[in-house]
Ligand binder design. Structure first.
Ligand SMILES: [Zn+2]
Length: 145
């Protein structure tokens, strides 16, 4: 295969993966990629495996069951204005899916007062919120209580 053709194919694959990922969220499905070699799960999805470097991964979905391991309340420089505008309380934290991958995510519904309470209980269970931002749907979390 020519280098040009490979580049075009790689580009197409990447676009395809990004598109499927966002469409999935709009439908309430969390798509990830599973490595055909070592079984590691890539989320957000990548074409290649970041764990072993193998070039082939395949589609899988995540259950959405996850754990909040740590979090920070945001300050003025890293505030999510689209959430502030909606008057929502939130924090940003490390969320680990039951299937393995960990991401930095927004956890909704945690006020300053609630943050104190939650911090003492970490790690805590969280569940996905498929949040309609208007132009697209994104993945946030909320406490599973
Ligand atoms: Zn791998």
């Amino acid at each position: 295969m020519s280098t040009e053709r490979m580049k075009a194919e790689e580009f197409w694959n990447r676009e395809h993966i990004v598109e499927k990922f966002w469409k999935g969220l709009a439908d309430g499905v969390i798509y990830a990629r599973k490595c055909k070699e070592c079984g590691a799960i890539e989320f957000p999805p990548h074409i290649a495996c970041n764990t072993c470097g193998y070039h082939e991964t395949e589609w899988t979905t995540l259950s959405g069951k996850a754990t909040l391991k740590s979090f920070v309340r945001t300050g003025i420089l890293n505030a999510r204005l689209e959430l502030e505008d909606r008057g929502l309380k939130y924090v940003c934290g490390e969320v680990q899916f039951e299937e393995g991958p960990a991401i930095n995510a927004v956890i909704l519904g945690i006020s300053k007062k609630k943050a104190k309470e939650v911090r003492e209980k970490l790690p805590v269970a969280v569940r996905p919120v498929f949040f309609d931002m208007g132009r697209y749907t994104t993945l946030f979390f909320e406490l599973d209580e």
